[in-house]
Design a protein around this ligand. Structure first.
Ligand code: SF4
Length: 432
């Protein structure tokens, strides 16, 4: 008798490397989650997983070590706190990311991210796509994150109470990185959802299974891709203005400084997440932000002394990256849990941190366990990608690493390849 192997990806579930275990990813629009929802995630991790939570570079939360029989209950528990995992994996519009969580324009970005998520999540028209479809929304182009999305929205200006966005398309990393190109400038927010629909429709109609939109840009060229998108009836449609109140959980920013609980590799326990949710309730208006650097951020509520609240976080131990270490050190699960992982990324990250000198510690870093590049290594000052496994003379499998350096705008360029761990660490030490 054969056991049926079910595909749970559209429910945001991947099989883990360890037989019989699953990972549940939860989509958070612009990385924002309420304190109550965070407690819900913490409870699921405690009751159904092994008590740990992983924060991703796309502002999602992941719970590992789930059993198949518990997956329906996990879905119900998420729904009880208004969270969804639909489309967090597989061929769907993934979680809408945002790296501009401290910016003045963030409430408008969060509102747009929530509307996009609501529109595309669980909508059969936009599921079973050839592969994942990634949308990011940013206040500016400073960090280059708009370049790695299928659709990157960059706030151009606020005009007559409406936000206008520059729309970038067909970017992506992976084995063949390609920066997005500018499709349209200053698009009124009322046109964004129909325009993204047009782009997803072209993607679904013209791209073979397993390929991203960037593949089509490479095959037919940017101008032809633009022509196909603009030929869609909804490409120029303008929806009626949205009535009612905005959808953001975070209030408008002023001169309050964002606080951050810094974690190693985006890892925290369910009791720590619960503690940080309580901190958010008492100090930060009940909202938490998963940052693209795998930390948790907070906006101190009115009347809260931000400096004192920041010290509370430090005293509670939420500054896990070795000091005086880099402030940004993104690390994916690698072969600790991920089926695609080729290297023990957390061990590699620790070894790299231990080899850093003062100059290296000023840089931003990212370590990916395979060429899928989930930590966005081409957007860090130094990106480390596990490129393959080689068999040594002794018959053991050993990872090899490619190195990327980003010294100007755009994507980082490969500066070393097929390095052994020792060669990688020697390169790190040479940075000073
Ligand atoms: S980069 Fe590779 S190993 Fe790391 S999480 Fe992504 S798919 Fe898994």
């Amino acid at each position: 008798m054969t056991t049926e192997i079910r595909d749970y990806r559209l429910d945001g579930i991947y099989r883990q490397r360890q037989e019989g275990y699953f990972m549940q990813r939860v989509k958070l629009p612009a990385g924002v989650i309420s304190a109550q929802q965070a407690r819900g995630v913490a409870t699921i991790a405690r009751d159904f997983g092994q008590g740990g939570i992983h924060l991703t570079t796309r502002g999602s939360m992941e719970i590992h070590w789930l059993r198949e029989a518990d997956l329906p209950a996990v879905k119900r528990e998420l729904a009880k706190v208004g969270l969804t995992s639909r489309g967090a994996c597989g061929g769907a519009v993934r979680g809408i990311t945002c790296a501009s969580q401290g910016s003045q324009g963030f409430p408008a970005l969060e509102t747009m991210a929530r509307r996009l998520q609501r529109h595309f999540t669980g909508n059969p028209r936009f599921e079973r796509l050839p592969k994942k479809f990634k949308i990011g929304i940013e206040a500016d182009v400073a960090e280059g994150r708009h370049l790695i999305q299928d659709v990157g929205l960059v706030l151009a200006r606020l005009e007559g109470g409406h936000a206008r966005y520059d729309v970038w398309v067909a970017g992506g990393l992976g084995r063949e990185p390609r920066p997005a190109f500018l499709l349209a400038e200053g698009v009124d927010e009322r046109r964004i959802i129909p325009l993204v629909e047009a782009i997803v429709t072209v993607y679904a109609a013209h791209v073979p299974a397993g390929k991203r939109l960037k593949y089509l840009a490479g095959e037919v060229g940017e101008e032809e891709l633009r022509r196909r998108i603009e030929a869609q009836p909804c490409a120029m449609e303008e929806l009626p203005p949205v009535g009612g109140l905005p959808d953001n959980l975070l209030p408008p920013m002023d001169d309050r400084k964002r606080l951050e609980a810094r974690l190693f590799a985006g890892l925290l326990s369910s009791s720590e997440l619960r503690m940080l949710a309580d901190f958010a309730d008492s100090r930060a208006g009940g909202a938490l932000m998963v940052t693209p650097d795998q930390n948790l951020a907070f906006l101190p509520a009115n009347g809260i002394d931000g400096a004192a609240a920041g010290r509370e976080l430090e005293e509670a131990g939420f500054n896990r990256v070795s000091l005086p270490g880099p402030t940004v050190f993104r690390v994916c699960p690698g072969n600790h849990e991920c089926l695609a992982g080729l290297a023990p990324t957390r061990d590699v990250a620790r070894a790299v941190m231990d080899s850093l000198g003062p100059e290296g510690a000023k840089l931003t870093w990212a370590v990916s366990g395979c060429p899928n590049s989930c930590t966005q290594p081409q957007l860090a000052d130094v990106g480390i990608v596990t490129s393959r496994l080689v068999t040594t003379e002794g018959g053991q499998k050993e990872p090899r690493f490619d190195l990327y350096r980003r010294t100007k705008a755009g994507l980082g360029q490969k500066s070393g390849e097929m390095l052994t761990l020792e060669e990688l660490l020697e390169t790190v030490r040479r940075l000073g």
